[in-house]
Design a protein around this ligand. Structure first.
Ligand SMILES: C[S@@+](CC[C@H](N)C(=O)[O-])C[C@H]1O[C@@H](n2cnc3c(N)ncnc32)[C@H](O)[C@@H]1O
Length: 304
């Protein structure tokens, strides 16, 4: 639970804290550390695991299914409280190595410590402290929070072996233009700088409004009927049965971070333009992008 990892070849030393190896290089930018520590405020507060996370996860990463994890060596970039780490590990992965830059890794460790195939590490996705040996790498809701999402994707994919697969879900620009126009200025100038307790309190009113709108108008859609023209139709319908505090957490999640990029389909497809095969990019519910691709050339070949 506490100790140190020491490299006899290069002399580097890394602490182990509360069961989690802290494999951080000395040069992590302040903006990335700040982003991770803001998210830790979310995962330390809304720390429990919920039944509906599994359905939500497989909706985000489809066409990846539970069967795709069986027997695989899996890498997760940005695990937060470990909700998806636990799902991947419980579906028969040979090993799951999950990294996060923030203190939320300790929450993830506690959620997965009973799973012998789950390994949580504090590390920077831009300099992942792992070799390119993974059968499957995935990252849900993370790449768009790094200063350069394309570079973050390349870094995630660089840890996949040749013939392995990389899967991700990111915010889309399409369908979210109003957020970039009206919400982002408030997020960057105000809410991402508020103390977490104050932001939680400030999110209560908009969360209550959103919760009421979902309960009042999205029930038919949640039951597979209802008008297609409702804004965020399938997304809000998927939240119809969520408890209020999940809506509150989602609103907080939108407003807490200093960095959020909203990406076009073309930007995302460009990440996969070379070095990959069997590429699938799909719009997820009209407001985000899900990608899946097979690494055609391993990291060693790409570097040479
Ligand atoms: C919106 S959360 C998503 C967490 C998790 N994937 C989930 O869906 O529950 C984004 C996560 O990315 C992590 N993160 C941000 N920058 C990172 C970096 N450079 N390296 C590793 N993790 C990072 C944050 O600490 C945060 O936990």
């Amino acid at each position: 639970m506490a100790g140190e990892l020491a490299c006899s070849a290069c002399g580097s030393r890394f602490p182990i804290r509360e069961g989690v190896p802290v494999l951080l290089p000395g040069n992590v930018d302040a903006v990335k550390t700040e982003t991770a520590s803001r998210f830790a405020e979310e995962w330390l507060r809304w720390s429990d695991l919920r039944d509906y996370y599994e359905q939500e996860f497989f909706a985000w990463v489809a066409p990846v299914t539970a069967a795709d994890f069986a027997g695989q060596v899996v890498f997760e970039g940005g695990c937060g409280k470990g909700r998806h780490t636990a799902i991947a590990a419980s579906h028969g992965a040979k090993a799951v190595v999950a990294i996060d830059l923030g203190e939320s890794a300790f929450v993830a460790f506690n959620h997965t410590r009973q799973l012998p195939n789950a390994h949580v590490v504090i590390g920077d996705l831009m300099q992942p402290p792992v070799r390119p040996v993974f059968d499957l790498a995935f990252s849900v809701g993370v790449l768009h929070h790094l200063p350069d999402p394309a570079a973050a994707f390349a870094s995630l994919a660089s840890r996949v072996r040749e013939g392995g697969r990389v899967s991700f879900w990111v915010y889309g620009l399409e369908g979210n233009e109003w957020i970039t126009r009206y919400v982002d200025p408030i997020r960057t100038r105000v809410t991402s700088r508020l103390p977490a307790g104050l932001l939680r309190a400030a999110c209560l009113l908009p969360s209550a409004f959103l919760w009421a709108v979902i309960k009042l108008f999205y029930r038919p859609r949640a039951n597979g009927r209802g008008p297609a023209m409702l804004p965020y139709g399938d997304y809000f319908a998927s939240m119809y049965s969520y408890p209020f505090d999940e809506i509150h957490a989602n609103v907080f999640d939108q407003l807490v971070t200093p960095v959020a990029h909203y990406l076009t389909g073309d930007q995302v497809r460009a990440w996969l333009a070379s070095g990959f095969r069997d590429v699938t990019v799909r719009s997820h519910r009209g407001y985000s992008w899900t990608g899946l691709a097979t690494v055609a050339r391993g990291a060693a070949a790409r570097a040479s």
